[in-house]
Design a protein around this ligand. Structure first.
Ligand code: DQA
Length: 145
């Protein structure tokens, strides 16, 4: 069964309490549950993680090579700043779908730039927690035949 890593970046551990008017009331644990149930339905093995540390995220991406068939990444604010995360994804050559709960293109101009989108298969944003489920479907299309 193909396996996928969902990697969440800084401040996403605070979902549910953090700016609910922007990010909704769903917690990261709720999202993990939704994703685990969906992955089972569509035949993907899933691992889900979150870190507030760029280096930990880099290590997780490096370790993903040979272990997972694809990645889903919500890098939080590192999306807009981290050339290192972009380089890590390019280095491991795994299909990666970028997710954001909010529509980053409808927000402040500094959020319109995503380094990660340069190495992503595609970007899903603005659909809240459902975006993660959509990302799993997108990866399953590529990984399951
Ligand atoms: C986010 C959007 C980012 O701009 C922000 O820094 C986040 C969350 C989202 O999921 O909408 O932390 O990635």
């Amino acid at each position: 069964m193909p396996s996928v890593l969902i990697l969440n970046g800084p401040n996403l551990n605070l979902l549910g309490q953090r700016q609910p008017e922007v990010y909704g009331a769903t917690t990261l644990a709720d999202i993990e549950q939704m994703c685990t149930a969906h992955a089972q339905r569509i035949g993907l093995d899933l691992e889900f993680m979150q870190s507030n540390h760029e280096g930990v995220m880099l290590d997780a991406i490096h370790a993903a090579k040979g272990k997972y068939g694809g990645l889903v990444i919500n890098a939080g604010a590192y999306t807009h700043t981290s050339i290192a995360l972009m380089d890590a994804v390019a280095s491991v050559e795994l299909p990666m779908v970028e997710v954001h709960l909010s529509n980053i293109h409808a927000r402040e101009p500094f959020r319109h730039v995503s380094y990660l989108s340069k190495v992503a298969v595609g970007q899903i944003c603005g659909f809240g927690a459902q975006g993660y489920v959509m990302a799993l479907d997108a990866l399953a299309q590529r990984l399951i035949d």
